[in-house]
Write a protein that binds this ligand. Structure first.
Ligand code: GLU
Length: 527
């Protein structure tokens, strides 16, 4: 095999679709698996947009997932430029070559006439083929038309006797009968190329060895194979990979507004939307209307690990065997193969994504978890400025106490009570009523325990726990008599990590302040 060179060729839309990212990942994995090169080419011929805005999110998604590109925007390369809008000369000269060889022609038929031909074919139930009236024109007539500025398009002259085929890595042998294929437009009158033409010129000039792309392009491949042949280029290998479906469906995952509304109600997909609505407002990033799980940027924003998404995307339509689920980047590079890509669509699976996340976060050291969680705490302004040693240590102790409750790094934002001032602590209304306002003894017991801990020197969880037991015995109390009230008073919530770890995290002063506030609140409510 000659050097493996793959490419991903996004149109700059300001948006990186998770399904497109999967296509990019397969290209990247195949290149890396073979020690080859991965190229980013920007298909921007139809764009009249601000390139930074349109391309920025795409490149950010690549960087986040850790897919580096050997040639393309920002890094350059020997085959540049990598923006189609800057490659016009290549298309023009390839088109001139075809015109000179009589393999393409200027079609002066007005679009309305071509449409009529198409309708006539439909009516007669025969495949539409161009009538090729312009081929009857003499050179002088063509020149006259051009001098008059008569509009035309340039069409490739399909050899109707030909059959073309590919041996697709996923689809197997696919053959097309060219006698059924209309002459495709390759250049518009204004000299801009059409996708099928530009992509062939580019794939050849970029020396792409494997075209790995979405299966919807399989129908375009017939024309592309003809063009490769007509231009005398070597044919790359092809792998048309199945589309990514919406969870639990066989429908292509779409970014369209209407579909997004439907996805919100999809029982499997809903949980990812709910995460966005829970987390993004805290970060000042809007909600699931602004970022949703069809976009790659959603996963970064809500605290997924790139490694978990990488793992999840690799499993969309590809498997190593029938059991291995958790796979590292290195393992995937080593073992990725095109022959294990399946033909049928692969449904995005939120539960699986969350389980990869759980697995990969479990491989992280406490220090790494702290670093990631700090980012969220800072973004949500739970912590201002750089975290000093004391803050870091508090976050570290909190994460240790939470144990595997942190599944997404943004989960740390559910523990606001450890970052707010004592005055700002919000008590859960229902829990407060049930555990503090209602039980007759609650405030008195809280006051008693407060006075007890006020005398303590150390405030370590293990010692607090021992001491608590002794205190209960001495006062002839049971665990359940006060523990719930104590939890609600100090954390505002009915549940959380180990009680004594919570107390240690908050520190003596805070615990006392909070108990006092709870007692006051309960008293003022009953007055
Ligand atoms: N720009 C095309 C697309 O986004 C590229 C298709 C291809 O890979 O050939 O669909």
């Amino acid at each position: 095999m000659s050097k493996v060179r793959t490419r991903f060729a996004p149109s700059p839309t300001g948006y990186m679709h998770i399904g497109g990212m999967r296509t990019a990942l397969f290209n990247w994995l195949w290149a890396r698996h073979n020690g080859g090169e991965f190229i980013l080419r920007i298909d921007d011929t139809d764009q009249a947009r601000n390139m930074d805005e349109a391309l920025g999110p795409i490149l950010d998604a690549f960087r986040w997932l850790g897919l580096d590109w050997d040639e393309g925007p920002e890094v350059g390369g020997d085959h540049g430029p990598y923006f189609q809008s800057q490659r016009s000369e290549l298309y023009t000269s390839a088109c001139e070559k075809l015109l000179a060889a009589g393999k393409a022609y200027k079609d002066f038929d007005p679009p309305a006439l071509t449409q009529q031909d198409r309708e006539a074919a439909e009516k007669e139930k025969r495949p539409f083929l161009n009538i090729r009236r312009s081929l009857e024109l003499t050179t002088a007539q063509v020149e006259e038309n051009e001098a008059e500025g008569k509009p035309y398009v340039i069409r490739y002259l399909v050899d109707r006797t030909q059959k073309v085929s590919i041996d697709d890595h996923v689809r197997g042998h696919v053959e097309w009968d060219c006698s059924l294929i209309p002459d495709p437009v390759i250049m518009r009158g204004d000299g801009t190329p059409l996708y099928n033409f530009a992509t062939v010129v580019d794939d050849a000039q970029l020396e792409i060895s494997h075209v790995i792309r979405a299966e919807e392009h399989l129908t375009n491949t017939a024309v592309q194979v003809m063009l490769f042949g007509a231009l005398g280029y070597d044919l790359p290998e092809f792998a048309h990979i199945p589309f990514v479906a919406a969870p639990g469906t066989k429908e292509k995952l779409s970014k369209r507004e209407k579909k997004i509304e439907k996805y919100r109600k999809n029982p499997q997909f809903k949980k990812l939307f709910d995460i966005a609505d829970e987390v993004l407002p805290k970060l000042g990033l809007g909600n699931s209307e602004t970022l949703n799980p069809v976009m790659v940027s959603y996963y970064d924003a809500v605290g997924f690990l790139p490694g978990a998404v990488f793992n999840g995307l690799a499993r969309l339509g590809w498997s190593y065997d029938d059991k291995t689920e958790n796979m590292s980047r290195e393992f995937l590079i080593e073992n990725f193969s095109l022959d294990r890509v399946v033909k049928s669509s692969a449904g995005l699976d939120p539960d699986k994504l969350l389980s990869y996340q759980e697995y990969w976060i479990g491989q992280f050291s406490l220090t790494e978890k702290v670093d990631h969680c700090l980012r969220f705490l800072q973004e949500a302004k739970f912590i201002t400025g750089d975290a000093d040693e004391a803050t870091r240590s508090k976050v570290e102790r909190l994460i240790a106490a939470l144990d595997d409750r942190i599944k997404l790094f943004s989960d740390i934002l559910s523990y606001e009570e450890y970052f707010v001032t004592d005055e700002a602590l919000v008590f859960d209304k229902k829990a407060f009523k049930k555990r503090i306002s209602k039980p007759e003894q609650a405030t008195a017991l809280l006051a008693k325990y407060r006075d007890h801990i006020a005398q303590r020197e150390d405030f370590k969880a293990s010692e607090l726990e021992e001491d608590f037991k002794t205190w209960l015995d001495a006062n002839d109390l049971g665990f359940g008599d006060i523990i719930h009230a104590l939890r609600v008073a100090t954390t505002g919530k009915p549940a959380g990590p180990g009680m004594f770890e919570c107390l240690e995290l908050l520190g003596k002063e805070s615990c006392i302040n909070r108990i006092n506030r709870a007692i006051e609140l309960a008293n003022s409510a009953t007055e």
